[in-house]
Design a protein around this ligand. Structure first.
Ligand SMILES: C[S@@+](CC[C@H](N)C(=O)[O-])C[C@H]1O[C@@H](n2cnc3c(N)ncnc32)[C@H](O)[C@@H]1O
Length: 446
């Protein structure tokens, strides 16, 4: 039995769906037992070793950090010690200050020089009666004090408490992967500790691995061909690959490959990639990206990028495909919300294109294979308009695959209704505030 803490991507629901599918596809019995908007706690029946955790981190698009849970506090303990509107007495602080988990992270601190950091993940930003900043400062000070008392030669901590770079108002008291790498916080005796709050508990986990943001940034900036207008984010590409059940050495297809972002992510995960695009410039660009990646890695990559119309896939591709993942064209880029009629017409013609391509995919997809794709949701003046599933899958030989199955979720009742997960989902929104065309993720199966 292993209890794992995952720090989630910005779309927490999609990240959880991806995690659960990934775990299930690897034959592990994993259940979501608790979560917040920032993190998920997953109980896996099997023992999970360090290498498996590293594999998970490198494959998942929606995980920033993974650690093993080493201690749990009832939420009353931090609530008493770090209440938002009350100064705690010595008695209130007694329990949390004992830190019995310290011995698990540092069985012996004697004579050591230790660098560490406690990254705190609140339930949802604000509206929770704990002063998270005071908690983070207090816990770091306390751990430092205990380590010195236990004989450490030095103990220094790193604490991030500036506003979040992405959303100023958002509280961020977690260390960035860059800080963790720069200070070697994952090499013992150094450590990063995750303090994950849910509305019931405070979980303490020791980080095993974090997302390599510097490497991703380097690849994004150095690849020869990119297009701000059409490129899909590498993280979403990974999420789509996992939802489609793609595994290393599988043959995967992106029938709308554009600049080849998804193919690059698949190649990095040791998959054999086939990409198709109707636009010759995109095909050339995607080829140059894959060639660049192979050079950069110093490895031969298995890929084939074909110029063609995916409505004729079965005449372009003669081999069986294990998994399909893609972002299709999502319609025009609107400057202002379109009328309902205009949006409905766009959705109608996109449905026809998607259905024709799905029909073709179904003929080359292996039995039980899956397709993960994004679809547009257009915020017209009269409200959101999106694809009707019956019309999309009609005569394609594919059915809807439901994400977040209810047997994989045992979180009990969340006090905050904004965290409630409705199980067995056929669609998960991938919203960006203010955009007229938003996306949703769906998965189909043969
Ligand atoms: C949203 S973009 C894909 C972006 C890609 N994931 C990336 O990261 O660059 C959609 C792509 O579908 C291609 N496309 C449109 N209709 C097509 C068709 N019928 N067959 C193949 N490709 C098509 C477009 O040329 C465009 O490159």
């Amino acid at each position: 039995m292993t209890k794992l803490a995952f720090v989630l991507g910005s779309n927490w629901l999609l990240s959880i769906a991806e995690l659960l599918v990934y775990i299930q596809d690897r034959g592990l019995a994993g259940t979501l037992i608790d979560h917040s908007r920032h993190a998920a706690i997953i109980d896996v029946e099997q023992r999970i070793n360090r290498d498996q955790i590293i594999d998970m981190q490198s494959a998942l698009g929606g995980a920033y950090k993974i650690g093993k849970v080493i201690w749990e506090y009832d939420i009353d303990v931090p609530l008493k010690a770090y209440a938002a509107k009350r100064v705690a007495s010595k008695e209130d602080l007694k329990e949390i200050r004992k830190c019995p988990w310290l011995r698990i992270v540092w069985p012996s601190a004697k004579g050591k020089k230790i660098r560490f950091g406690i990254s705190t993940y609140p339930v949802i930003d604000g509206r929770f009666p704990i002063d998270f900043k005071r908690f983070a400062q207090g816990m770091n000070d306390q751990v430092k004090k205990l380590l010195i008392e236990n004989g450490a030669r030095r103990a220094d901590y790193f604490l991030y408490n500036k506003p979040d770079r992405r959303v100023e108002k958002r509280l961020n008291i977690a260390l960035w992967p860059k800080t963790i790498a720069r200070n070697a916080l994952l090499s013992p005796p150094n450590a990063e500790i995750l303090a994950v709050f849910s509305d019931r508990k405070l979980y303490i986990a020791r980080t095993n691995i974090v997302y390599d943001s510097m490497l991703q940034q380097y690849r994004d900036e150095s690849r020869p061909f990119t297009s701000a207008e059409i490129s899909t984010s590498p993280k979403i590409c990974r999420t789509l690959l996992n939802l489609a059940g793609a595994r290393p050495r599988d043959k995967i297809l992106d029938p709308f490959c554009g600049t080849g972002t998804l193919l690059m992510e698949a190649a990095l995960l040791d998959m054999k990639c086939i990409g198709v695009d109707i636009d010759g410039d995109q095909v050339q660009g995607a080829r140059s990206n894959l060639k660049w990646l192979a050079n950069d890695l110093g490895e031969k990559l298995d890929y084939n990028i074909i110029k063609g119309d995916s409505r004729n896939l079965s005449s372009l591709i003669k081999t069986q495909i294990d998994a399909v993942a893609f972002e299709p064209p999502l319609g025009p880029i609107y400057k202002n919300p379109p009328s309902m009629k205009e949006a409905a017409e766009t959705i109608r013609s996109l449905t026809v294109l998607y259905r024709e391509v799905l029909k073709e995919i179904s003929t080359i997809l292996r039995p039980d294979g899956r397709v993960a794709m994004t679809i547009p949701v257009i915020n017209s003046v009269g409200g959101p308009i999106s694809i009707e599933f019956d019309k999309l899958i009609e005569n394609t030989g594919l059915g809807l695959y439901r994400m977040l199955s209810d047997e994989s979720i045992k979180t009990g009742k969340n006090i905050d209704t904004r965290l409630k997960i409705r199980p067995n989902r056929e669609l998960i929104p991938e919203r960006k505030r203010g955009q007229i065309v938003q996306r949703a993720v769906i998965v189909l199966e043969k």
